[in-house]
Write a protein that binds this ligand. Structure first.
Ligand code: GAL
Length: 354
């Protein structure tokens, strides 16, 4: 009997909470929609945003969509229905949330595209990101300098691994790098032995490590029996990790010798930083997710307080020029780990096995 009464009270309380949202607390609720928990960075983005929004007096509804675009759509719709006053979205597929964005607009809920631009819809209020083209340029310039392309005789062999074709950032990263390297490919100083050099051929759905690895294994198996690989341009760390696994088989287990190639990345994920320490990934690009989270909280406060929202750029999403704030990506290699990742408090030395 007592159990039944307690059960009824609990149900009634839960129903009341669901109905009132956070009206009781007087706090405004922000919906934060992240793509996946599978990649380290999104966990950090979500955690920092939750911390910083809560510290600024908001309630936070943080959801991860398991890299499924339809899950993300229903999560965002739930956020709208449950009383969120503002939405922060890192899209899985840049064009797949249109119906939710329209619903948000009908309820006058501002939407911030977080890290990845929401495409093909006019109901995107602001975009907070890093300079994605510049990320690619940093990677391309690194390969150019490491191989000394302006002075060395060459030719050098290179392969490319890019990101998810549904992620609007992936093309920016690839183009930023390719634009730096194209003149050397055109002149024959850099040779893409597999012949795979357009974005569609080198893209990696879901930025999957396993997919990047099996593609790299195929490329190595079919093209590099008697050739060395001088560089592998990877757009981010999760794909670089797959390429490094494939290179490990080629260079270490099979013991065929040759110089380990220059391998690029992005994000400074712990696994990749450890690979940098081990000499298997040559560089990464540090995008301090604390900075992006802080910028987003600032934007939300400015929007809700009717202040001028600070931006430093605009991005066209095929429907409008979205006012944007671009944070600065930072080059990282083995020698800068201590300064930029540990001294700044982003990681503890013990996280990196140091
Ligand atoms: C991109 C993001 C990168 C990387 C990648 C895979 O959109 O800008 O930092 O994490 O997704 O999740």
């Amino acid at each position: 009997m007592l159990k039944k009464i307690l059960g009824t009270i609990l149900c009634a309380t839960m129903a009341f909470v669901a109905f009132t949202g956070c009206a009781g607390s007087g706090k405004k609720k922000v919906g934060v929609s992240m793509p996946t928990k599978d990649l380290q960075r999104w966990n950090q983005d979500g955690d920092y945003m939750k911390q910083k929004f809560e510290a600024a007096g908001f309630e936070v509804d943080l959801q991860y969509a398991g890299n499924k675009a339809d899950t993300q759509l229903s999560q965002v719709e739930n956020m709208i229905n449950s009383g969120c006053k503002v939405l922060v979205i890192a899209a899985i597929e840049s064009s797949s949330l249109g119906t939710a964005l329209d619903k948000a607009a009908a309820k006058k809920i501002p939407v911030i595209a977080y890290d990845r631009l929401l495409m093909d819809n006019e109901n995107v209020s602001y975009y907070a990101t890093f300079d994605n083209y510049k990320v690619g340029q940093i990677q391309g310039n690194f390969v150019k300098e490491k191989l000394d392309l302006d002075n060395a005789a060459g030719p050098f062999n290179i392969e490319f691994t890019a990101g998810d074709p549904g992620d609007n950032n992936a093309g920016f990263f690839f183009n930023g790098a390719y634009d730096v390297l194209k003149p050397y490919i055109d002149s024959g100083k850099l040779v893409v032995v597999s012949g795979q050099k357009d974005f569609a051929s080198v893209a990696t759905p879901e930025w999957s490590t396993a997919t990047a690895q099996s593609r790299a294994e195929n490329i190595i198996g079919s093209n590099y029996a008697d050739k060395n690989i001088d560089a592998w341009l990877c757009s981010n760390d999760s794909t670089a990790q797959g390429v490094v696994n494939a290179l490990d088989a080629r260079y270490n287990s099979e013991g065929r010798g040759g110089q380990w190639p220059v391998v690029t990345g992005q994000d400074c994920d712990i696994v990749s930083v450890k690979n940098m320490i081990a000499g298997k990934q040559t560089m990464s690009v540090f995008k301090d997710t604390r900075t992006l989270a802080e910028r987003t909280v600032t934007m939300v406060n400015q929007i809700l307080n009717n202040q001028t929202v600070e931006t430093n750029n605009t991005y066209n999403n095929n429907k409008k020029e979205v006012p944007s704030y671009l944070c600065d990506p930072v080059f990282a290699d083995k020698d800068s780990i201590q300064k930029i990742l540990i001294d700044s408090g982003y990681y503890k030395a013990s996280d990196l096995g140091m």
